[in-house]
Design a binder for this molecule. Structure first.
Ligand SMILES: [Zn+2]
Length: 198
């Protein structure tokens, strides 16, 4: 278990790079989410989570919004809002799992599967080649949304903001050994009280 709450910003940057080399791409506020019939983003700003270069890393529970879902149903098109529900089991911030590319969330109104995948992370932009397999359709239940409602006029979490490109790595030099850095960080976290014993 790696706890980010005690890390310096530079350590978080090295850790993000180390994870990216292992095909694990940490998601930030503003990251794209893909649902059936619509594309949205994790809220900006988030109110919880570690900060790296002025942006928060997303954790489980982070709100997202989809400005327009259109599946051709009677209720469509409409916006949806939801929360990220899955995250990394082994990397946490104040015991809350970190969210990465490929993790999922669910939203309301639950048109279609009411499910999203996080499609963007550190060193991993959204790709048209990504294919997401959505589960069986959820029961959308009763709700009243008018086509053409402007979610920006409503008091909903996660007001939209165009996500900025992810910034470059912080303090990485050619030749740095991320493995050694991670071993060092793990040793340090052990000295700080061993959250991962047991
Ligand atoms: Zn709909």
């Amino acid at each position: 278990m790696i706890e980010l709450s005690g890390m310096y910003e530079e350590e978080i940057g090295l850790f993000l790079e180390w994870l990216a080399r292992r095909e694990r791409f940490v998601a930030f506020e503003g990251a794209q989410v893909v649902s059936e019939g619509g594309i949205g983003h994790i809220a900006v700003p988030l109110e919880f989570g570690p900060t790296f270069q002025g942006r928060r890393i997303a954790t489980v529970g982070a709100p997202y919004r989809i400005p327009k879902v259109d599946l051709g149903n009677a209720c469509c098109p409409h916006f949806s809002i939801g929360k990220i529900t899955t995250g990394a089991e082994d990397i946490v911030f104040e015991d809350v799992p970190i969210v990465m590319h490929g993790h999922q969330g669910s939203h309301w109104p639950g048109c279609g599967t009411a499910q999203v995948f996080v499609a963007e992370g550190w060193r991993r932009g959204p790709s048209p080649h990504d294919r997401w397999s959505f589960g069986p359709a959820a029961n959308s239940g009763g709700f009243t949304i008018n086509a053409g409602d402007d979610p920006d006029d409503l008091d909903l979490p996660g007001k939209p903001k165009k996500p900025e490109p992810l910034p470059g790595a912080f303090g990485i030099r050619a030749g740095d050994d991320p493995e050694a850095m991670i071993r060092m960080m793990q040793a340090m976290s052990g000295l700080q009280g061993g959250k991962d014993d047991g």
